[in-house]
Design a binder for this molecule. Structure first.
Ligand SMILES: Nc1ncnc2c1ncn2[C@@H]1O[C@H](COP(=O)(O)OP(=O)(O)OP(=O)(O)O)[C@@H](O)[C@H]1O
Length: 351
C-alpha cells in the first residue's frame, strides 16, 4: 500500500516572492488526491517540493517518520526512490526509444539483469497500453502516448507515491478521459498514494478521493472530494464552474471594484460567456475498468470519511451518504439521510 504524506505549515518562496505559505494537509495512504489552482499558483512548485527537488523555507513534509525538508541528502535519496513522477511533458530522452527510456531508472538505480529489466519494462508498458511501441522514439508518437510512456517510466521502481504534474496538458478531452481511467486503474492495481496537480475540471470532478485548491498563496481547502464539489466558497465555485465571475481574474486575482462591476453586469442579465449549467455537486467517481481489482482505497476512505462526517458541511455530508450502498448504511449505522450541524470553517478548511 502507498504511504501517507503529511505536510505541515509548508512555505515556499523564491527571493521575495512567496509562492504559498502555511500549507497543511495529509495525503491519505493509497488514495488519489487532486490539487487544483489557477495557473501560476504554485502547483508544480508544490509537487517539486514534495519530491525534494525544491526546498521549502518553513514547515515539514513527513513520510515514514522522516521530514524531507530537514533530512540528510542520503536519506532524501532513499525516500525519493519511493516516488514515481510524471512530469508535464513526460520528460523523455528524445534520442532513446521508449523501451530504453522506460528501462532507464532500472539500469541507473538497480543491479537487475537485462532479462529482469525486460520483464519489468514490458509489464509496465502493458499496464499503460503501449505494447508494440517499444522501438518508437518520443518524437514519433502522440502527446498522449508520451504521457503514458512517462507514466510507465514512473512505475518501474514500484513507487509508493505517484505525483502527476498536469497529466492532461496538451491532450484532447478524449485522451484526457483515457488517462484519467488509466490513473484509477493503476491505483486499483498497485494501491499507491497518488497526487495529481491540474486545472482540469473533469479530472477534479471524477478522479480523486480528495480535492484541494491553492489560491492567493494559500491552500484554500483540502478534504474529501464531496467537500469541494459542493462548496459555496466563491473561489472554489468559480473554478469548478470555469466562470469569469468571481475572485479569480486574468492575472490570478481581482480587486473588489472589478468584482462588483462584473456582478452588476451579470445581475443585469448579461452573459459572461461561461456555461449556464451549475457544475456544483457530487458526480459519480470513476471506477476501475471491469476485470481489474476493486480499489482498496475506496473502502479505507469510506471508513475514514464516515469517522469525520459530522465535521463536514451539510451538502458534503449528503453527497457522502448518497454514495453509500445499502450494506454501507447498515455498517455505518446511518438512518435515513439526516446530516447533522457541522462546524466546518468557510475558509482554510483542511481535513
Ligand atoms: N525555480 C524557480 N525560480 C523562481 N521562480 C519560480 C521557479 N519555479 C517556479 N517559479 C515561480 O513560481 C510560481 C508558480 O509556478 P508553478 O509553475 O508552480 O505554477 P502552476 O500553478 O503549476 O502553474 P501552471 O498551472 O500554469 O503550470 C510562478 O510565478 C513561477 O514563475
Amino acid at each position: 500500500m502507498g504511504v501517507e504524506v503529511v505536510v505541515e505549515g509548508l512555505t515556499k518562496s523564491f527571493g521575495k516572492q512567496t509562492i504559498w505559505q502555511d500549507v497543511t494537509l495529509t495525503l491519505p495512504p493509497g488514495e488519489v488526491s487532486v490539487m487544483l489552482g489557477p495557473s501560476g499558483t504554485g502547483k508544480s512548485v508544490f509537487l517539486k517540493s514534495l519530491v525534494g527537488l525544491l526546498k521549502p523555507e518553513k514547515g515539514k513534509i513527513v513520510i515514514n517518520g522522516t521530514d524531507l525538508v530537514r533530512c540528510s541528502e542520503h536519506r532524501l535519496y532513499e525516500i525519493r526512490k519511493m516516488f514515481g513522477v510524471l512530469f508535464q511533458d513526460g520528460a523523455l530522452f528524445g534520442s532513446m526509444n521508449l523501451y530504453d527510456n522506460i528501462a532507464f531508472p532500472l539500469r541507473e538505480h538497480t543491479r537487475k539483469t537485462e532479462a529482469e529489466v525486460r520483464r519489468i519494462v514490458l509489464e509496465k508498458m502493458e499496464m499503460v497500453g503501449l505494447v508494440g511501441a517499444e522501438k518508437k522514439l518520443p518524437g514519433e508518437i502522440s502527446g498522449g502516448m508520451r504521457k503514458r510512456a512517462g507514466l510507465a517510466r514512473a512505475l518501474v521502481l514500484d513507487p509508493e507515491i505517484i505525483l502527476c504534474d498536469e497529466p492532461d496538458s496538451g491532450l484532447d478531452p478524449v485522451r484526457t478521459a483515457y488517462l484519467s481511467q488509466l490513473l484509477i486503474d493503476l491505483n486499483a492495481q498497485i494501491d499507491a498514494t497518488i497526487l495529481i496537480v491540474t486545472h482540469n475540471i473533469n479530472i477534479a470532478r471524477t478522479v480523486p478521493d480528495n480535492l484541494g485548491m491553492l489560491f492567493r498563496r494559500e491552500l484554500v481547502m483540502f478534504g474529501p472530494r464531496e467537500v469541494l464539489l459542493t462548496s459555496d466558497e466563491p473561489v472554489v465555485e468559480q473554478f469548478l464552474n470555469g466562470r469569469r465571475l468571481g475572485p479569480i481574474g486574468m492575472s490570478e486575482e481581482k480587486d473588489q471594484a472589478t468584482m462588483a462591476a462584473e456582478q452588476a453586469h451579470a445581475d443585469a442579465g448579461h452573459s459572461d460567456g461561461s456555461p449556464d449549467e451549475d457544475m456544483r455537486g457530487v458526480v459519480p467517481q470513476l471506477e476501475p475498468t471491469p476485470g481489474l481489482p476493486f480499489r482498496d482505497a475506496v473502502r479505507r476512505r469510506k471508513d475514514r470519511v464516515m469517522s469525520i462526517i459530522h465535521q463536514l458541511p451539510h451538502e458534503a455530508q449528503q453527497g457522502i451518504i448518497a454514495s453509500l450502498t445499502p450494506d454501507d448504511l447498515v455498517r455505518y449505522n446511518v438512518h435515513a439521510a439526516a446530516p447533522t450541524p457541522s462546524p466546518w470553517p468557510r475558509r482554510g478548511g483542511v481535513l
